[in-house]
Design a protein around this ligand. Sequence first.
Ligand SMILES: Nc1ncnc2c1ncn2[C@@H]1O[C@@H]2COP(=O)(O)O[C@H]3[C@@H](O)[C@H](n4cnc5c(N)ncnc54)O[C@@H]3COP(=O)(O)O[C@H]2[C@H]1O
Ligand SMILES: Nc1ncnc2c1ncn2[C@@H]1O[C@@H]2COP(=O)(O)O[C@H]3[C@@H](O)[C@H](n4cnc5c(N)ncnc54)O[C@@H]3COP(=O)(O)O[C@H]2[C@H]1O
Lengths: 141, 141
Amino acid sequence: VQHKPLTEIVVEELMISSEKVAHVQLANPLEHALLVLVKSGYSAVPVLDTSYKLKGTIGKTVILNHILGIERFEMERLSKITVNDVMQKDVPCLKKSDSFLVALKAVIDYPFVCVADEEGYFDGILTRRAILKQLNKDLHA
Amino acid sequence: VQHKPLTEIVVEELMISSEKVAHVQLANPLEHALLVLVKSGYSAVPVLDTSYKLKGTIGKTVILNHILGIERFEMERLSKITVNDVMQKDVPCLKKSDSFLVALKAVIDYPFVCVADEEGYFDGILTRRAILKQLNKDLHA
Ligand SMILES: Nc1ncnc2c1ncn2[C@@H]1O[C@@H]2COP(=O)(O)O[C@H]3[C@@H](O)[C@H](n4cnc5c(N)ncnc54)O[C@@H]3COP(=O)(O)O[C@H]2[C@H]1O
Ligand SMILES: Nc1ncnc2c1ncn2[C@@H]1O[C@@H]2COP(=O)(O)O[C@H]3[C@@H](O)[C@H](n4cnc5c(N)ncnc54)O[C@@H]3COP(=O)(O)O[C@H]2[C@H]1O
């Protein structure tokens, strides 16, 4: 998205679309979620249900916190707990048609914000990096 | 930092100063580093030496990758490996006197960038959140 004024840019043009986003399912055991997060290198990823609706996000910290016992990390518990048991459910959400300014406000407190449609079907994620890159282009234009 | 034009803002005004930044030492075992990262909730933190010089950064992903065996996470290896063995050494660095635009470019690809003086003594970190908050203020002024 080159020298367009920020006021004309919408979320759809800056987001990573759903087929390129690593995600996990509600019913997955935590062991699977931790493997996806370590292999992809991402701090957190979206959680979807079987019909591809957005349900929340899950990250490495909440998984590791859940298995941290008094003396050690109790890894054997990873197969007994599901994503649904520990994920963050109350997460901000954008629409594809939202403006750049609405998107900028949303990523101030979150490394990424999920994008979904009116019925809750997952469209993709908007990252801080995408916002920062566009701002940098705009300030140098 | 209120309605100052972006061109007049320097890194020192936006950074989190060193006494408020969670960090680990070069010689710490990975077990200690993972505990600091899980208890603080941060994805990655700076690594300092005993004289408070900046040496690099370390995050949860590189620690977990290092102990991921064929079938499971081999947690017993955490006490045998040190931070120095796995940390990222080649990380970008800012000076307190750097401009807002130099700082914006630096955080496009990193969630935070360390701030250090000419001799390498650690001053603090500049986060994406601090840059985004200032940009949001500037666009609404
Ligand atoms: N494989 C890779 N290649 C190049 N750079 C990489 C990278 N993994 C991480 N980074 C860099 O590190 C930043 C923080 O990544 P983190 O995983 O903590 O936090 C990420 C991650 O939790 C999530 N994310 C980004 N891309 C994703 C994807 N394709 N699928 C799922 N989640 C993604 O959005 C957050 C913010 O992403 P953002 O791009 O703003 O910021 C990224 C990016 O600048
Ligand atoms: N305890 C908390 N309270 C409120 N919000 C929290 C929080 N922990 C994390 N966040 C939010 O999540 C973002 C990503 O945190 P993360 O730990 O992945 O990535 C963090 C972390 O790796 C590092 N960081 C931030 N503050 C730190 C500190 N005081 N000490 C050490 N590292 C810090 O800088 C990265 C970017 O920080 P940034 O503030 O831009 O972005 C933070 C902030 O918006």
